[in-house]
Write a protein that binds this ligand. Structure first.
Ligand SMILES: [Zn+2]
Length: 281
């Protein structure tokens, strides 16, 4: 294998995307346009990207090249015009090619960052994009604003009970009915990822963990997380779900798991890395 092993970003493993901030002088006729309205992306009837910028869009930002074709992002101002329609990015996993789903996540993050940092947070002047790197700078006071990332840590806790493998899975109040997942939370300023893994598990479930082992990472552009996933072993404590954060947390036998997160998520890959492939989306 060459290159990074992760399959979860548009730059790796032959997904074919080369990011760039150096916008070409002219938009190519076969350019790919990722045009967003909120968290929805504009697609044609066959779920393909438009090759032209829709008339009622604004905020064009150059993103780079996908297999040699220019990629641009923009925001839709009005309604989608026929034959195009708006599709929630999260719901497109498995319905569009992986490169398109991953590119959509990247484009959404950059376009949202660009849209929400047009003005300087320090002095209020208009910021300007930099040609050499992905940053907006304030010409009045010199403030530089880079795209924001919020690292989050996920831990799948396991134990052996009378010879059987058990997984600790939790329910957040926002989850779809019946779904459980590995515990996750944001890394706080000044904290290592490993400390956050221990702290989050203790705060949210009252359990201690040991033998933390890194699994993989995944950008999660809703709106700007980077999820770092680990497995760990149970090291003591009785489950006490944190009110407001965790609706339910319990041990599940590997043979009797609840509904799991969808295949687009690193949570699903993390769980299947321990128990093997499971049926269902
Ligand atoms: Zn400023």
């Amino acid at each position: 294998m060459t290159g990074p092993e992760s399959t979860s970003d548009p730059f790796s493993n032959g997904h074919g995307f080369l990011p760039s901030t150096q916008a070409p002088a002219e938009v190519a006729p076969d350019a790919l346009w990722l045009v967003f309205s909120g968290d929805k992306v504009l697609l044609g009837p066959e779920l393909g990207l438009p090759n032209q910028r829709p008339g009622d869009s604004e905020g064009a930002v150059y993103l780079g090249q996908q297999s040699g074709r220019q990629v641009w992002g923009a925001r839709l101002v009005g309604e989608a015009a026929q034959p195009f329609g708006l599709h929630r990015l999260r719901g497109l996993y498995g319905r569009v090619p992986d490169w398109l789903w991953l590119l959509g996540g990247y484009a959404y993050q950059i376009a949202e960052w660009d849209r929400t940092h047009r003005f300087c947070g320090n002095c209020g002047a208009h910021t300007l994009p930099d040609a050499a790197e992905r940053v907006r700078r304030c010409p009045a006071c010199g403030l530089s604003v880079y795209p924001r990332l919020a690292p989050a840590v996920m831990v799948l806790l396991t134990r052996r009970q009378e010879g059987r493998l058990q997984l600790l899975l939790c329910r957040s109040p926002q989850f779809p009915a019946g779904m459980y997942s590995a515990n996750a939370g944001f890394v706080e300023p000044g904290e290592s990822v490993e400390h956050a893994a221990h702290r989050e598990m203790l705060e949210e479930t009252n359990l201690d963990i040991a033998n933390l082992r890194y699994f993989d990472s995944q950008p999660w552009p809703f709106p700007h997380s980077l999820m770092l996933a680990y497995s760990a072993e149970y090291a003591g404590g009785e489950i006490i779900p944190q009110p407001g954060e965790i609706e339910d947390a319990r041990w599940f036998d590997e043979a009797d798991l609840p509904a799991l997160p969808g295949r687009a998520s690193i949570a699903r890959r993390l769980i299947e890395s321990v128990v093997g492939p499971r049926a269902g989306d």
